[in-house]
Design a protein around this ligand. Structure first.
Ligand code: FES
Length: 168
């Protein structure tokens, strides 16, 4: 995959509570494959995949889709959640959004070849860990915003508020 580590989308700071939260038992996660709910007011999903635990914002950065309902697929060697709304592929480990870009070396071919490429980190990932048979999530405190932070912004809250008042 090209461009695996790309610049974040916005320089604005983010600050999230760092206290780990017990979200479910390991047995429950193994049985159901995923857990979703709130951690310190943030909508979060936890996936169990091939022996690993992964956590990220539950609301898709693209247009608000429910990532907890997506399928997990291997894309170019990266385990990805595929958003059920518009099929964007997000790496479980890093929150990068992947897409198929035209390989410039084949631009004159008909059709040109494509390869999986990263748009950069678009979904905030968190830390999920097993302790004494339970799953704990610690929110990421990476200061730089990523696209999925939009759903916790003042801008989004104003939009929702205006929508409820019928002024949008
Ligand atoms: S909302 Fe997730 S791909 Fe569009």
């Amino acid at each position: 995959m090209d461009g695996a580590v790309a610049a974040r989308s916005s320089p604005d700071a983010v600050s999230l509570t760092q206290e780990p939260v017990l979200v479910c038992t390991e047995a429950q996660l193994l049985r159901e494959g995923r857990w979703s709910g709130q951690v310190h007011g943030r909508d979060v999903v936890v996936f169990h995949h091939l022996g690993g635990c992964y956590s990220m914002d539950r609301i898709c950065h693209h247009a608000g889709g429910p990532l907890q309902d997506g399928d997990i697929e291997d894309i170019a060697g990266h385990a990805c959640i595929v958003c059920p709304w518009h099929k964007i592929k997000i790496t479980l480990a890093t929150g990068e959004s992947l897409y198929r870009a035209i390989d410039p070396a084949t631009i004159k071919q008909r059709p040109p070849k494509t390869r999986w490429t990263s748009k950069g980190v678009k979904q905030r990932t968190h830390t999920a860990e097993v302790r004494d048979g339970n799953i704990y999530v610690t929110l990421s405190n990476d200061e730089q915003k990523v696209d999925s932070d939009y759903y916790y912004s003042e801008e989004y809250k104003k939009l929702v508020s205006a929508s409820k008042r019928g002024t949008t």
